[in-house]
Design a protein around this ligand. Structure first.
Ligand code: ZN
Length: 226
């Protein structure tokens, strides 16, 4: 059976937006799903919607506000001061416990209802921020659980799993969406689109990757000139 449809879990950030265009290259029909889960920067959902509308990609949003009430973290609670580094004794408070577990489980039920069994997510563990639900072992385990839960053959695709942030930029460039990803997506924990605040952990990771990739691209262009 040739499977032609994929559902992308889209947050409007660099990684999932790159995955959206990866999916467009690999699947005939692509749709996207975002979640409003009580995140402080809900404008990311509107960013995701705009990008999808411009590229004629069917887009849906599901509200799961209970996520923010389950556990305290700095992405959903403005009274929690954001950890700027990973504490020695555990996860930074930018970790939203269960987020990818809920997102992918809900996405699978939603996809099944639309006859879609290929799910795409932008998680990756190379630039591992310490989030356990971004690890390959978790995704594989969840994939098995989803299949058992619904007696289906889902496949969760993680095109960024083993890429560094620099390689994610390179992939966006190969897919022809480097400028779109750079200027339009929202990765910043402070909710600033594009290059962001430059200072939060997400911005730092994104910027360092970008600088590495631009260096590589510039030296390649120089080599080609000679
Ligand atoms: Zn930032």
């Amino acid at each position: 059976m040739l499977r032609q449809s994929a559902l992308v879990v889209l947050s409007g950030g660099q990684d999932s937006t790159t995955c959206l265009f990866w999916a467009k290259r690999h699947f005939k029909y692509v749709s996207a799903l975002s979640f409003r889960y009580g995140q402080l920067h809900e404008n990311e959902v509107e960013i995701a919607r705009e990008i999808c509308n411009e590229h004629h990609i069917p887009f849906s949003v599901i509200d799961i506000p209970f996520i923010s009430g389950l556990a305290s973290n700095s992405l959903t609670d403005s009274s929690v001061a954001m950890d700027s580094t990973k504490p020695a004794d555990g996860l930074p408070n930018t970790f939203v416990p269960g987020r990818n577990l809920f997102f992918l489980s809900i996405a699978a039920v939603f996809a099944r209802e639309h006859g879609i069994f290929d799910l795409v997510t932008g998680v990756g563990q190379t630039d591992f921020s310490g989030y356990p639900d971004c690890r390959d072992s978790f995704i594989r385990s969840l994939n098995v659980s989803l299949n058992l839960a619904m007696d289906e053959q889902f496949q969760i695709h993680t095109p960024l799993m083993w890429l560094t942030k620099a390689e994610v930029w390179e992939l966006a460039d190969e897919l022809g969406v480097f400028d779109l990803v750079r200027e339009r997506t929202l990765t910043c924990y402070r909710g600033i689109v594009g290059d962001g605040c430059g200072d939060c952990p997400a911005c730092k990771l994104r910027r360092e990757g970008l600088e590495q990739y631009l260096q590589k691209r510039n030296s390649k262009q120089r080599d080609e000139q000679f």
